[in-house]
Design a protein around this ligand. Structure first.
Ligand SMILES: [Zn+2]
Ligand SMILES: [Zn+2]
Length: 125
């Protein structure tokens, strides 16, 4: 179920209060978007997800895109695993690895509900 929320935040750079309407699907779905300060046009990333059991939502604000972090991390992991697999192959061993396609991020709502947001990990093959 997708819904909209009224989101307000204070710009990290100039302190201006910004308000906007965002899509906010229920966890484990999420919505990620860029915010531009209406005063200084400072750009930041926000990720929102709706609590599955109440009317509140959780959010993360960061200069970096969290999905990009996850995807960068996944790339790094896959690269290190490949090195390990190559080494094992040289020693005659075989390693089977299941790479997950979702990266879970734990969240706690002010209502006490704990839930998980699932970030898709891009297919890196
Ligand atoms: Zn600003
Ligand atoms: Zn809640």
């Amino acid at each position: 179920m997708s819904q909209t929320i009224n989101f307000e935040y204070y710009c990290y750079r100039c302190g201006t209060k910004n308000g906007l309407t965002l899509q906010c699907p229920s966890a484990p779905e999420y919505h990620q978007t860029k915010l531009h300060c209406q005063n200084c046009s400072d750009e930041t990333q926000v990720l929102v997800s709706h609590c599955p059991s109440c009317s509140r939502f959780v959010y993360w604000i960061d200069d970096m895109s969290i999905p990009d972090l996850v995807s960068g991390f996944a790339r790094y992991m896959v690269h290190s695993m490949q090195t390990m697999i190559d080494k094992a192959a040289m020693q005659g061993a075989t390693i089977g690895i299941d790479t997950p396609d979702k990266y879970p991020i734990n969240a706690t709502c002010p209502c006490g509900e704990k839930f998980v947001i699932e970030m898709p990990i891009p297919d890196l093959d």
